[in-house]
Write a protein that binds this ligand. Structure first.
Ligand code: FNR
Length: 385
């Protein structure tokens, strides 16, 4: 019933706010410091407007795209998000299953709380996203495990050399593990559905949530000194580590978290199969550009044969098609799918996918296009600059 009131991806945010404890909702919705990059991720779309082509026969349309030899039914997919399993029971499985059913990409986070093998088994097409552990032996062990689990596509996220300043987590009382206290007790009282459906169910079946896939250390408590050490051990990672991964990982390799032409060229020249332009949903360096602002320059530099993916603030079919017209191969969407899972589990995610898919479909027709490949920079006018 609640899904009938979800008419666009935006609607899931308020619905999730009502369902999730404040610290968890705050962790998902929030970003870094003054949220400048988070805001820019939305505002940037206002700077591009479409030009349409009329009187084309658009009765036969498809929004399907091909990437790394696979055909996906839509030009958008689900971005990796850690701790999806705090939004809904076994959240990573929920998202992966919904994506699989819809035929779209979904990326499982390396900081998820359920074992990667479970997700690979349930949804073999899922991509795996890794953060690099500090030393090469553990990088190798992680990659071997991802391969054994059966994942085909590996995404390496490179925009977290150190953790960002996310004050809002402290302000809303977010911590891992969640500390029992008055605030959380109150939150639980007013959100019994989350307590029973997500939290207690997780505790009963799995015990206190653990990081199951990070840094190749299976089953590390959400915060332990060893995990913290690993986070701080990443500030010396370099392109040499990426080169070593390229040698070891035989499947498609995607580097996520780039925002410059130089880095995109570097990734391509080291043998990566694609990049995701991203400012991590505004959650890392506040004040960094929105990925949309560098898309055209990166596509021009790396050439049309090299897949450039993008994320950050995509909420509408029109947002998706603006990026596609400017040369992106695929768009990833984060928070709304997490909220949709919190609101109504797999049905919620399916509904969200359907909404965005319908928007893309209608917009293609109104643009005068029958496929994503019909779109180009000629369909876009810049409003400023
Ligand atoms: C993220 N993101 C992220 N990225 C990544 O590579 N690994 C991760 O584990 C996470 N975790 C994560 C948790 C949460 C709660 C959020 C909101 C985001 C970043 C994510 O993949 C993506 O880049 C952005 O979320 C995209 O922006 P939107 O669509 O959320 O605006």
């Amino acid at each position: 019933a609640v899904l009938r009131r979800m008419l666009s991806l935006h609607d899931f945010e308020d619905a999730a706010r009502r369902r999730l404890p404040r610290p968890i909702f705050g962790y998902i919705a929030g970003a870094a410091e003054d949220n400048a990059s988070l805001r820019d991720n939305r505002e940037v779309f206002g700077e591009y407007a479409f030009t349409t082509r009329v009187l084309r026969d658009v009765s036969q349309r498809s929004q399907a795209v091909e990437l790394f030899g696979e055909r996906y039914s839509s030009p958008f997919g689900i971005a990796p998000m850690g701790i999806n399993a705090l939004s809904t029971y076994r959240g990573d499985l929920v998202l992966a299953r919904a994506a699989q059913r819809a035929g779209i990409v979904s990326v499982m986070s390396g900081t998820s709380l359920i074992p990667m093998e479970d997700v690979a088994r349930a949804s073999p097409g899922t991509w795996f996203q890794a953060y690099l552990p500090g030393d090469q032996a553990r990088v190798d062990a992680l990659i071997d495990r991802v391969e054994r689990a059966g994942f085909r596509t590996l995404v390496v996220t490179v925009d977290i050399p150190i953790s960002a300043n996310r004050e809002n987590n402290i302000r809303t009382g977010f911590s891992t593990p969640l500390r029992p206290g008055l605030r959380l007790a109150w939150d639980g009282l007013v959100r019994p559905r989350w307590v029973a459906g997500t939290f207690l169910r997780t505790l009963l079946h799995h015990g206190m949530p653990h990081f199951e896939n990070s840094f190749a250390t299976r089953g590390a408590p959400i915060v332990s000194s060893s995990v913290l050490r690993d986070f701080s051990a990443r500030d010396h990672l370099s392109w040499n580590h990426l080169e070593a991964i390229r040698r070891r990982w035989k499947g498609p390799l995607v580097v996520k978290g780039l925002l410059s032409v130089d880095d995109a060229l570097q990734a391509r020249n080291l043998g990566a199969d694609g990049v995701v332009l991203s400012n991590h949903g505004g959650r890392q360096l506040d004040g960094v550009v929105s990925a949309m602002r560098v898309l055209e320059a990166v596509v021009a530099a790396v050439g049309p044969a090299f897949p450039v993916l993008i994320d950050g603030g995509f909420r509408r079919g029109s947002d998706v098609l603006k990026a596609i017209a400017l040369g992106a191969r695929m768009v990833l969407v984060g928070r709304p799918f997490n909220y949709a899972a919190a609101v109504a589990g797999e049905a919620g995610v399916q509904h969200a996918i359907g909404l965005l898919r319908d928007e893309v479909d209608r917009n293609l027709a109104m643009l005068g296009a029958t496929a994503c490949t019909d779109l180009g920079p000629g369909h876009i006018v810049r409003r400023h600059g």
